[in-house]
Design a protein around this ligand. Structure first.
Ligand SMILES: N[C@@H](CCC(=O)N[C@@H](CS)C(=O)NCC(=O)O)C(=O)O
Length: 226
């Protein structure tokens, strides 16, 4: 039981989901889990600022140790609980190198996704341009083709860095799930579809599935034309 850990999180936030998957994989259930709404009052509350000066989630605390950046929290949990639960950094040189490579490419992947799905949130009404949305969708489509190629190379039924489930899957699966939640076509991106179908059944992922996605199974159609 991880009673000395606190996670402030928001439903459907890929950065929060990363930390939740890592906690599940490392058998750290029982932490103090605080689901916040994205309303200003909750996300910009003193409770969040006490842990995270950026006023963002995830906000994560282990005893007196604070690690808020989602990638940092995942690395931290793996290194502090190496021999507990799933080993999330593989032994083999090749798999380890591929895991690091994919993890950090995953940040670009996530940026390209959010540029499209959060366009209206990021850009004030009077400054929005259809040409910018088109350009962001083209950039996302080029990015998706790269990931289709990566999954083609590692082979059917595989994780992102090879045969083992690693930190690369912990941090990138939430991006992939968000793509499909926002209407990405499994037909057009079959390898990503296969990867999504495989991992969505994993216990750590099922246990941390965004609650509002469970309540309302219908997502958006923002990405149907990507
Ligand atoms: N780089 C951070 C990003 C965290 C982040 O963007 N959190 C969003 C939710 S997905 C947030 O709290 N947004 C509210 C805000 O910035 O006001 C991480 O990976 O932990």
């Amino acid at each position: 039981m991880a009673k000395n850990m606190t996670l402030l999180w928001g439903s459907g936030s890929p950065p929060c989901w990363r930390v939740m998957i890592a906690l599940e994989e490392k058998k750290l259930q029982g932490y103090n889990s605080r689901l916040l709404s994205f309303d200003k009052e909750e996300i910009k509350s003193q409770e969040v600022f006490n842990i995270n000066p950026r006023g963002q989630v995830p906000s994560f605390k282990h005893g007196d140790v604070i690690v808020n950046e989602s990638y940092a929290a995942c690395f931290y949990l793996e290194s502090q609980f190496k021999s507990q639960g799933t080993k999330l950094i593989p032994e083999s040189t090749e798999e380890q190198a591929l895991m690091y490579q994919r993890m950090f490419e995953g940040l670009t992947f996530y940026d390209k996704l959010t540029a499209v799905i959060f366009y209206e949130y990021y850009v004030p009404e009077g400054e929005r341009l259809a040409s910018a949305v088109k350009r962001h969708k083209e950039a996302l489509s080029a990015e998706l083709k790269l990931w289709e190629g990566y999954l083609h190379k590692t082979g059917s039924g595989s994780n992102l860095a090879g045969k083992h489930f690693t930190l690369a899957d912990v941090v990138i699966f939430p991006t992939v799930a968000t793509l499909f939640r926002f209407g990405l076509s499994e037909k057009r991106y079959p390898r990503l579809g296969e990867y999504y179908a495989l991992l969505r059944e994993r216990p750590s992922i099922k246990a941390s599935w965004p609650p509002h996605w469970l309540e309302n199974t219908k997502g958006q159609d923002t990405l149907t034309d990507v």
